[in-house]
Design a protein around this ligand. Structure first.
Ligand SMILES: [Zn+2]
Ligand SMILES: [Zn+2]
Length: 339
């Protein structure tokens, strides 16, 4: 079978590998569609803090079951599925306390374990979710990032009626925007340096947009939401500027969720965190029902992911898919069609 291997920074090769056999508790999946995500791009440059090369990337995907392991009873060949890509030990402190997303032995498909940029992939049956008929392959590949947004907002403790500030209008920012509205947020302000992304955010329901390159974020925030500014802040970029902005503009006592992946250590003013009793929380992936909730949001058409899909390539052009996603020239979600 063919698969795309990220063999070294910026070097994607199409290789031939033997088709895997599913283990007793696994499914063999014929992959249909895979998304490229921001964390894949950190890995692409060899700069992801927790991904070593070489790796077959791909953690956002859907596919068709072609074989089931001998212990698997709840799936049959021909079923369409998406897969929660976190592989966990079920035994460590966090796994046994309802927080398997931060398992001590966490491995993520496509990050520390071979991923879905491959014609076939064996996955634990326990991690697969059947796709409702009306969910397309494109949507199947978007369940994973959508689940990230669901979990980030749960960590943020978003309440109905809240005024929310999102820093960054990339895929995760735009999904967080839509999930927040679906969860009952009153108004969302979103910031980005790219006008096209801000325009799309308006289309997707943002009440306010701001380009912090030209407008002071704090002034914009106070102008839009009033003197008490935002109830929640979700940072979706992962650079020093947005982390500092989040701390600078937060109302005293705010919980700031840092959902961006930080490639390097950044310095922020912890004096403000102490003085203003701010909370900085890092959400990781998703846990419990966040993944099925994301699928439900898509099934019920409460979230639109199609406008985020800007490019698509066949598996044979996976290298170009990565280069396009990386160029950021108008690219949001780049999909690789494996079928
Ligand atoms: Zn991702
Ligand atoms: Zn564990």
């Amino acid at each position: 079978m063919k698969q795309a291997l990220l063999s070294a920074p910026e070097d994607i090769r199409l290789i031939d590998s033997p088709r895997p056999d599913p283990g007793p508790d696994e499914l063999l999946i014929a992959v249909a569609s895979v998304g490229i995500c921001g964390s894949d791009l950190h890995a692409y440059h060899g700069r992801h803090p927790f991904i070593q090369l070489p790796i077959v990337p791909g953690h956002e995907f859907g596919g068709t079951v072609v074989e089931v392991g001998e212990n698997v009873r709840n799936f049959i060949p021909g079923q369409r599925v998406t897969v929660e890509p976190s592989l966990v030990c079920r035994q460590c402190y966090n796994c046994t306390h309802g927080r398997y997303n931060i398992c001590e032995q966490l491995k993520v498909i496509g990050c520390q374990s071979p991923g879905a940029m491959s014609e076939y992939l064996a996955v634990p049956a326990a991690k697969a979710l059947p796709l409702p008929e009306n969910v397309t392959w494109d949507q199947a590949a978007m369940v994973e990032p959508l689940a990230v947004a669901v979990h980030a907002l749960r960590v943020a403790q978003l309440q109905p009626g809240a005024q929310l500030l999102i820093l960054g209008a990339g895929t995760i920012g735009l999904m967080t925007l839509q999930v927040a509205l679906a969860m009952g947020a009153d108004r969302v302000m979103i910031s980005d340096l790219v006008q096209d992304r801000l325009d799309l955010a308006l289309d997707l329901g943002a009440a306010e947009i701001v380009n912090p390159g030209t407008t002071d974020l704090n002034i914009a925030l106070e102008g839009a939401f009033g003197v008490w500014r935002a109830d929640n802040i979700v940072e979706c970029v992962g650079v020093a500027e947005t982390a500092r902005d989040a701390i600078r503009v937060a109302r005293k006592g705010t919980r700031i969720v840092l959902a961006g992946v930080f490639e390097r250590e950044v310095s922020v003013n912890l004096g403000l965190v102490q003085d203003r009793e701010l909370e900085l929380v890092g959400p990781l992936m998703y846990v419990n029902d966040a993944f099925p909730t994301a699928l439900e949001l898509l099934q019920d058409d409460r979230v639109r992911v199609e406008p985020l899909i800007t490019h698509r390539f066949p598996l044979s052009r996976a290298g170009q898919a990565f280069a396009t996603a990386d160029s950021r020239q108008g690219a949001l979600k780049v999909l690789v069609d494996v079928l």
